[in-house]
Every structure is written in C-alpha cells, then in structure tokens.
Design a binder for this molecule. Structure first.
Ligand SMILES: CC(C)(COP(=O)(O)OP(=O)(O)OC[C@H]1O[C@@H](n2cnc3c(N)ncnc32)[C@H](O)[C@@H]1OP(=O)(O)O)[C@@H](O)C(=O)NCCC(=O)NCCS
Length: 259
C-alpha cells in the first residue's frame, strides 16, 4: 500500500474515466467474480454512467474512480442506498492488483458512507473463493455472515456467496480501537467518563503532534472532567476554532484528549 497516499486517490466517477472503465470492465478476470456482463457490451461504461447519474440524483448510488497517477485503476462505490443501508462494490484493473488500491479505496468509501451519508450499515456478498475480496473486507472489519446460494450462471454452482456486513459502530470500533487501547491510561479513564456522560468521539489519530502520540477528538466540550485532574494530566484552554478549544495532555510523547 506504500505510495498510494501520494500517488492515488478516489474521485467521483466522471465521463473522462469511461474509456478506461470500458477496458477494465471487459476483462474476464473481473467478470469472473462480479455480476458485470461478459462479454462487456460496447458502450457499457457509458450506460453504467447514465444509470449512476440517475442514482446520484436520487441519492441511491455513488461510485468513485480509483486513480493512481491520474489514471483510472478501478472503481469503488455504494449501490442501492436505502433506509441507511448500502451495498459496497469494487474492482481493480488486474494489471494493478496487489498494490493496495482496493484496500485504500474501500477505507475512503466507508468513511464517506458512515461520516458523510451517516449510513448505519454497509454490506457485500462475496464468492467464497474470492480470497482477495474477502481479505479486503476483513481488513476493514466486515463481519462474515451467512452463506447463500447464488443463481448467477457464470459462477460455479457449488461456490456460495458469503454476506459480509459492517455497521457504523463496528467500523468506528475497528478504526479507532487500537489507538484507544494505546491511549495514556489516565486519559482513557477520563474518556470513559466522557462517553458515559453522553459525549462521543469525533475522530482518533496517531503520531500527531509527535511520533507515538495518540490524539482523540471529542464531539462535545468536556462534560465529566475530574477535579483535581489526575497526576500527570494537564489542561490547556487552546481556544483555536481551527484546531480545538480545550486539551488534556499526558505523557511523552504527548497523548491528547481534546474538544
Ligand atoms: C478484489 C480486488 C478488488 C482486490 O483489489 P486489489 O487492489 O488487488 O486489493 P489490495 O491490493 O488492496 O488487497 C488485496 C489483499 O488480498 C490479498 N490477496 C490477494 N490474492 C489473494 C489470494 N489468492 N489469497 C489470499 N489473499 C489474497 C492480498 O495479499 C492483499 O492482502 P494484504 O494487504 O493483507 O497483503 C481485485 O482482486 C478485483 O478486482 N477482483 C475482481 C473483482 C472482484 O472480485 N471484486 C469484488 C467483488 S465482491
């Protein structure tokens, strides 16, 4: 996955992506594990884009281009967005497999699904033999559910689909859990009291402001600050609307709990 942070990105799928999309979608290796028609019809990408535009307008669909060095290398998107749920779909040009593109894009699309659209759950049905897709979903904390038969004539009859689901709470836990475990114990205790008092975590970061730091940003001002503060914990009124207003700091490198 190294390098994608500077050379890759996801962007709303647009007309200038469609020639590359047409080529990638026509690849038999993509068709083998997706419901894309095969042979892929001429003009298929344009027809898909017209359907996407209607879906965007209706709020039922959003698909992103995965780009690397300004070239389309795959797509990742949300389909059938309804009642707080959506299906996740993705594929990557086989010439670019194994470089972390799907992992990278799925992470960003999940943030879009849960932070922007405020969905409650995202799901994907994956063929039991699709090891790469299973691995991508596992890396993002999807929970494996029931096996179900399929009726797709191109897929082997005896290979089931496996439903994978990720709720917004599971996504946050998967994303934030390791950093919260690493958080300075005194701040962890204060954080637990804040959450019990109805505050919530906005986001969690690592290695800022120093390598080894853990930074937890709360959604609301502190509600349950102990008085006096535990030994080794200091409070600073930062009052910077671009950063944060109040900050509890502990340890070296500093761990911060802020709002
Ligand atoms: C699934 C797919 C999108 C993955 O794209 P990708 O950009 O190559 O994925 P990534 O590089 O981000 O990650 C793939 C992971 O699967 C692992 N993997 C790949 N092939 C594997 C295999 N045969 N067995 C076990 N793991 C495998 C990789 O090692 C990597 O895991 P790691 O980061 O822990 O090493 C791509 O294979 C694809 O387009 N397949 C066809 C379409 C498809 O099946 N889409 C999903 C439908 S549900």
């Amino acid at each position: 996955m190294s390098g994608l942070g500077t050379t890759g990105g996801i962007y709303p799928l647009a007309p200038h992506h469609l020639d590359d999309l047409q080529r990638i979608a026509a690849d038999a290796r993509i068709a083998a594990t997706t419901r894309l028609p095969h042979p892929y019809p001429p003009g298929g990408a344009r027809q898909f884009f017209a359907r996407l535009e209607r879906g965007r307008t209706a709020g039922t669909m959003q698909v992103f281009a995965i780009e690397d060095r300004r070239r389309l290398v795959g797509v990742c998107g949300l389909h059938d967005i309804t009642a707080g749920h959506a299906e996740l779909g993705f594929f990557v040009d086989p010439a670019h497999h194994g470089k972390g593109h799907a992992t990278f894009a799925v992470g960003l699309v999940l943030a879009y699904a849960f932070d922007n659209l405020r969905l409650t759950a995202v799901w994907a049905d994956v063929l039991a033999t699709n090891a790469a897709s299973l691995r991508v979903l596992d890396k993002h904390g999807f929970v494996r559910g029931d096996e179900r038969p399929h009726d797709h004539e191109r897929w082997p009859r005896d290979v089931p689909l496996i439903r994978h689901t990720l709720t917004s709470a599971q996504w946050r836990e998967h994303r934030d859990g390791p950093a919260l475990v690493a958080l300075h114990p005194a701040l962890r205790t204060i954080l637990a009291a804040e959450l019990a008092a109805g505050n919530a975590i906005r986001d969690v970061g690592r290695d800022f402001p120093k390598p080894g730091s853990v930074l937890v940003r709360l959604q609301q001002p502190f509600r349950a600050l102990p008085s006096p503060l535990p030994d080794g914990v200091t409070f600073t009124a930062v009052n910077d609307p671009h950063w944060w207003m109040g900050e509890l700091s502990a340890g070296t490198p500093p761990h911060l709990l802020v709002h």
